[in-house]
Structure formats: structure tokens, C-alpha cells
Design a protein around this ligand. Structure first.
Ligand SMILES: [Zn+2]
Length: 287
């Protein structure tokens, strides 16, 4: 956070320097564009092949084959979910929140893609439907589905509030992955990563840049849907913060279950689509 009373005097040309117009750091226009029309046509004839209900203050894993869709739905009351995605065949390749943010902005919606970690760095999922896309940005600068938060975790909670709490999203995701892949807790924990905050409403306080949250506008029936570009293992935690209107990392907030469904398109519905290859950079790094 910037000092409210800086220790360094502003230079004579401070106003000129501040007046320089920004440029978008990573213009995404040259990225390979998803064929949303093709995806939507395929989704139209898709059949549901699996579902999992995520219990409040807990997480669950699910598999989504490349070329299938998964939908995360709010079912009983406002609830935010913390989403992790891995390459189902190689858990080292996982969702890269920071680069996704640099490419698509602080909050994601339809047409945005979830990018994977280096050195693979490819789109591993594409958002195909978002019933909260009407929200846009509110007067506080808040919006939904952010890639700016990380996930609530017991370490930060211990520093800020003390005590021991086992149902932060970080721990929920760790337990779910350990169970799904029969991993030791420490192995699973190391694979848990920064999330997509599904349905969470967040932003930055303009004056200080501090991360804020506010009550999610999500209501039962709202959903976020994605197309799996590669074989995915997903994990979703129903955050102990509930709608994240007050606090997380405790059993105080009202929490609700969430539904994840997987849909498989009909054979031939994705003609012309190919699962993206890993990034083609040769990894020699100038050596
Ligand atoms: Zn959480």
C-alpha cells in the first residue's frame, strides 16, 4: 500500500510524468481466438455425463475430457467458489491466474480463456457462458469472477486472526486433490494454486489499491460454463465466506452447496477443433 504521506518530495515534472497515457501491456488481439460459435453449437447437442455437488466449506474434484463442457451453478443461495484446474495427465501444468489476469484483465467472462503455467502456457479452458455478465463493473470498481485474489488459506488467517481453521479454500482444495489422486497432504498442497474466484465480487479500493470483496450478486440458477480445451482435473471449493459479504476463514458466514455438471457434445460436433498444443517456445532461454 502506498504511503499516504510520501517520504520523497515530488519532482518538478511530477504532473507531466503522471499525465502520460497508459498502454495495454498485453493486447490480446493477436492471441488465437476461440471459435465460440462452434463451441455453442456443440453445447446445444451435448448430453450431461456427470455431476458433483460441492458441500459448503468443502471442495470436490471432477474430470472434464478435452472437448467437453463443465458448468458451475449456484443452487441454494449466494455462494462463491474457488476453482483450480490441472492438466489431468500432468498436474504440474495448472491454471496460471497471474498471466490470465495480464492477458484478460482482473475479472473474466464469456470468451476469456484460462491459461496454464509456464512452460506449457496454452488455453486449457474457455468461458462459454456467464449469467452474471450483466454485472459489468459497479460504482466501487467491483466485478465478478476475479483472478486477483488467491484463495483463503489457514496461514494468512493465522497471521491476521490467530487460531487454526481447517476449512479455508486452500485446505479444502488440498483435501479434495489428496483424495482424488491418492496423494500425501504435502504433495497435494504443493499442487494447489491461485484460483478463479467464481461468482465472487471483488475489486481494488481506488485510493489505496487494497483488495476488497462485497456481497456476491449471484443467485440460485446463475452459472458459469467453460469448454475444456485439454483433459482437465478440476477442483471447486465452496468458500467458507459464503457470499463473501463479511468474512471468510471462519464458520460465521452462511454457506451453500454448489453444483458442477459435465456435458459431452455429440460425436462430430467439434469438427475442425483441435486441443491446443503446449507453447512452442523452445525453452533454450538464450543459453
Ligand atoms: Zn475461500
Amino acid at each position: 500500500m502506498k504511503l499516504s504521506h510520501p517520504e520523497t518530495a515530488a519532482p518538478a515534472d511530477a504532473a507531466t510524468r503522471r499525465a502520460i497515457a497508459p498502454v495495454v501491456a498485453y493486447p490480446p488481439e493477436t492471441l488465437p481466438a476461440p471459435d465460440l460459435a462452434l463451441y455453442r453449437a456443440a453445447r446445444g447437442g451435448a448430453e450431461k455425463v456427470a455431476e458433483i455437488v460441492i458441500a459448503p466449506r468443502d471442495a470436490g474434484c471432477f474430470e472434464v475430457p478435452a472437448g467437453s463442457f463443465f458448468r458451475i451453478t449456484c443452487i441454494e443461495g449466494p455462494q462463491v467458489g474457488d476453482l483450480n484446474l490441472w492438466n489431468a495427465a500432468n498436474l504440474s501444468e495448472r491454471f496460471y491466474s497471474g498471466k490470465t489476469r495480464a492477458l484478460h484483465g482482473t475479472h473474466l467472462s464469456t470468451g476469456d480463456r484460462m491459461w496454464s503455467s509456464l512452460p506449457w502456457m496454452r488455453p486449457i479452458a474457455t468461458i462459454t457462458a456467464d449469467t452474471l455478465d450483466w454485472y459489468g463493473f459497479d460504482s466501487f470498481g467491483g466485478s465478478v469472477h476475479d483472478v486477483i485474489g488467491t484463495r483463503c488459506d489457514p496461514y494468512t488467517n493465522r497471521l491476521l486472526a490467530g487460531g487454526t481453521y481447517h476449512h479455508c479454500c486452500h485446505s479444502n482444495l488440498t483435501r479434495a486433490l489428496a483424495e482424488a489422486r491418492n496423494l500425501a497432504p504435502a504433495e497435494a498442497e504443493a499442487l494447489v494454486h491461485d484460483v478463479l474466484n467464481v461468482f465472487m465480487c471483488t475489486g481494488f479500493v481506488p485510493e489505496t489499491g487494497q483488495y476488497f470483496m462485497k456481497a456476491s450478486p449471484v443467485r440460485p440458477g446463475d452459472y458459469l460454463e467453460m469448454f475444456a480445451e485439454i483433459d482437465l482435473l478440476g477442483s471447486l471449493s465452496a468458500c467458507p465466506g459464503g457470499d463473501c459479504s463479511t468474512e471468510h476463514s471462519s464458520d460465521t458466514a452462511a454457506c451453500h452447496p454448489m453444483l458442477v455438471e459435465v456435458f459431452r457434445p455429440a460425436a462430430g460436433a467439434l469438427a475442425g477443433w483441435h486441443s491446443p498444443e503446449p507453447n512452442s517456445y523452445d525453452r533454450s532461454h538464450g543459453l
